[in-house]
Design a protein around this ligand. Sequence first.
Ligand code: SAH
Length: 235
Amino acid sequence: MSEGWSATVLTLFPEMFPGPLGVSLAGRALEAGTWALEAVDIRSFATDRHRSVDDTPAGGGPGMVMRADVVAAAVDKVHPEGDRRPLIYLSPRGAPLTQKRVRELAAGPGVVLLCGRFEGLDQRVIEGRQMEEISLGDFVLSGGEPAALALLDAVIRLLPGVMGKEVSGEDESFEGGLLEYPHYTRPQNFEGREIPPVLVSGDHAKVKAWRRERAEETTRQRRPDLWEKFLRKRP
Ligand code: SAH
């Protein structure tokens, strides 16, 4: 990765970036040039006198729809032919984001993210530019920006050198198809609750087995969907 991982975000609110990604781990990595960020104002691609980016929905109904022509002009500017970065539209109608996709994105050259506003984009530009649609979850945000920030946060922490050895990837939630085991640290006694004795026993094999058990139990109880998948994948 000689050129570094680069993100371009298309948004009506470029001032929201880097926002929380300008501090802590991501912020330091941004300063160090481990990744680069460019926020581009979609409105600068409006062509009419009023610089409008949206219009009323065909077929009627509430809200406004982002115009295909304006969005296409913005996309074509920042994602020219030959740009190997995936073009992603953050949308509640997209495929739910997974750690697997996050890892793939971290291993690639970067990403171009399109943030919707209002009721979303005219369907024809989604199809015409063959956008990948990704959702943050089954809820509705007022805009794609918080979703873009979350996606970038998840990817950036995996970039080489950003977190050091802390992200082995082996133990973390979702990596092995399970949620993670619970964590403890000093003090030994907190309001009458002790750290589980096995964790202070010094027996590494027992610690490992205990963590594995707790990960399985937590996944089974909290996420039957993940648990089913995990059982099916087990050799
Ligand atoms: N009318 C749309 C919601 C539009 S919300 C619908 O019902 O499907 C406005 C914008 O917020 C969307 O264009 C999208 O970019 C963003 N957004 C909202 N919820 C999101 C989610 N769960 N994941 C990713 N982006 C989301």
